[in-house]
Structure formats: C-alpha cells, structure tokens
Write a protein that binds this ligand. Structure first.
Ligand SMILES: NC(=O)c1ccc[n+]([C@@H]2O[C@H](COP(=O)([O-])OP(=O)(O)OC[C@H]3O[C@@H](n4cnc5c(N)ncnc54)[C@H](OP(=O)(O)O)[C@@H]3O)[C@@H](O)[C@H]2O)c1
Length: 292
C-alpha cells in the first residue's frame, strides 16, 4: 500500500504509529499541537510535518488520530484549520484516542457534515505493541467505511473487531481498560505484598508471569514493574485517571455497578496528587511501596 496517511498527534502512541507506518514504507503527514514534538518525530522517522490538523487530514484517504482526551479531540477537529475542514469526501478518519462514546458519536456527525466519514477505532496495547504491529482495534461505525481503513489499520493491528455503530468501539475500549486498570492495581498490590513479606521483587514477578494470572498484561509490563525508573513511560498515570473517569461516567449512565473501578479511581487520584501523574502506570507499585 503506497497511499499517504495523515497522523494527528505525535504523543507516545502517535509517534509509535508514525514510526510503524514509516517502517512499512508508508508516507506520513503528521500534525501535533506542539510543533516541536511533531518535528522531532518527523526527524526520527522521515514523516512530513503539516502546519495544521486540516493539512494532515487532507493528506490521504485515511487519517489516524491519537490524542489525549475528549477536549484534545474537540480542539483538533473543530475550526477552519481542524480535522473536519480537511477530511472531505473520500476521507476516512480513524480515531484511536480513548474518549467517551458520546464524543465519538458527536465527532462522527461533524465529520459526516463536512463530507468525510469517521470511525471510532480505539486500540488496546501500548507503545511496544504498536512497534510490533500487534494492536487490537475495536471499531465503531459502518462496515464499508472500516473496510476502507483496513489497509492502514492492518499495519498496526493483529486483530480488528467491528463491534457496532459509532460509539461502540469507544464503549468497548472503556470496558477493556476497566480490566487493564484493575490488573495494574492488582499487580501493584500483589507485588508489594510479596516484597513486604520477604520475597524478592524479581522472584515474585517470575512466579506471577508463570502463574495462572500471567496473561499478556503481566508479561509486557514486567520490565516496568521489575525495574521502575529504567523503563520508558508507555502509558501515563494521568491518562489512567482520565480513563477511570470515563469508565465511571459510562457506568453511571448505563447503570452498571463498578465498586472495584471506583476504588481504583481513588487510588490513582491519590498517586497523581502525590505528583506521579507523568510517570508510567506501573508507578502505582512504587506509590504503594512508599505507603507500606
Ligand atoms: N500510551 C498507551 O499505552 C495507550 C494505549 C492505548 C490507548 N491510548 C490512548 O491513546 C491516546 C494517546 O495516548 P498517548 O499515550 O500517546 O498520550 P500522550 O503521549 O500524552 O500524547 C497526547 C497527545 O495529545 C495531544 N493533546 C493533548 N491535549 C491537546 C489539546 N487540547 N489539543 C490538541 N492536542 C492535544 C498532545 O499534544 P502536545 O504534544 O501538544 O501536548 C499529544 O499529541 C489517549 O487517548 C490514550 O488514552 C494510549
């Protein structure tokens, strides 16, 4: 596939997606709110930088978006220099950001009014998973539109699930992350329990990894939990807090009872209040170690 792909967002995930697309020989036109960040990713990958989100959205038939949260997406889609202005007929905007289902529905309507088409395509898997092209995509929107985005998404993902109409992908992503953030909390607590009770950290993690609980999350966060401070941040604790707010909001709207997610939200809020928001999600273990 030789088409040019527009990428909106040069954060951790946007940068990794750009690198992955470039290594597959795809031209990338990249936009980021902070231009210096886009320039650094472009220098490292050979992507081109667009001056506006509109420019990146107009660069090719498929545009990937990876932005922090709902407010970031609204800001980037809106206005004369926004994504909607650049995404005309023939363009598919595949938004991989984790946002509220209602926001995905709203943005899809805006893009449609501008002549383009949009999908919510949030992803499961962090930076190393992007680098291997092994993300899991949860797609909401029309199947025919998803088929047009598949050649690009296939370069990033091992599996693509079409889960329903606009907003269904976003809903599914929040359900998956309720599980991920519960695992993160549980691994952090269990590790500190073993350590405080006299088992060395690496020995404890070796057993976790080989136990019935040693699933993919436990495997791929191993370096981060074993060697905190020496492993790059993959997913910030601030974004964990954002996800848990979205999850609890969806729970309130849908009537789902989520006592564990509520407890996890309080634990994450305490760690963020202690100044750990920019650190990797695995910093929860360090925070609990400090409390013990
Ligand atoms: N990291 C992961 O492991 C992971 C995995 C799955 C899904 N996700 C989701 O993917 C998305 C990106 O995550 P990330 O880890 O790449 O985040 P990140 O490294 O913090 O990057 C955030 C991006 O959002 C942009 N942004 C923030 N506020 C903005 C605003 N008001 N207007 C325009 N742009 C704004 C930032 O631009 P600036 O550079 O200008 O600040 C940056 O490009 C999030 O929704 C996250 O929940 C992340």
């Amino acid at each position: 596939m030789t088409d040019t792909v527009g990428v909106i967002g040069a954060g951790r995930m946007g940068a990794a997606m750009t690198a992955r697309l470039r290594s597959a020989g795809v031209e990338v036109v990249l936009w980021n709110r902070t231009a210096a960040r886009a320039a650094a990713v472009a220098a490292a990958t050979g992507a081109r930088v667009a001056a506006t989100a509109r420019g990146a959205a107009a660069a090719g038939p498929v545009v990937l978006v990876s932005l922090a949260d709902d407010a970031a997406c609204r800001a980037a889609y809106d206005g004369p220099d926004g994504i909607v202005a650049g995404a005309g007929p023939g363009t598919v905007v595949a938004d991989t950001s984790t946002v509220a289902p209602g926001t995905s529905i709203e943005l899809a309507a805006l893009v449609a009014a501008g002549g383009g088409a949009m999908l919510d395509t949030p992803v499961s898997g962090s930076v190393p998973v992007v680098e291997r092209g092994e993300l899991t995509v949860m797609a909401g929107g029309r199947v025919a539109v998803l088929d047009r985005a598949r050649p690009v998404l296939d370069l990033l993902a091992r599996q693509i699930f079409h889960v329903g109409e606009h907003g269904a992908g976003a809903t599914m992503k929040l359900a998956v992350n309720a599980l991920v953030h519960a695992l993160n909390q549980a691994v952090s607590e269990a590790l500190v329990l073993a350590e405080r009770s006299g088992v060395a950290r690496r020995a404890a993690y070796e057993v976790f990894a080989n136990s019935v609980a040693g699933g993919p999350f436990v495997q791929y966060k191993r370096a981060a939990f074993e060697r905190p401070g020496q492993t790059p941040v993959a997913f910030s604790l601030d974004l964990v807090g954002k996800d848990l707010d979205l999850i609890l909001d969806l729970a309130a709207r849908s009537g789902a009872s989520m006592p564990q997610a509520a407890a996890n939200r309080r634990a994450v809020a305490d760690a963020v209040a202690a100044g750990l928001g920019d650190e990797d999600m695995s910093v929860l273990a360090r925070y609990l170690r400090g409390l013990a």
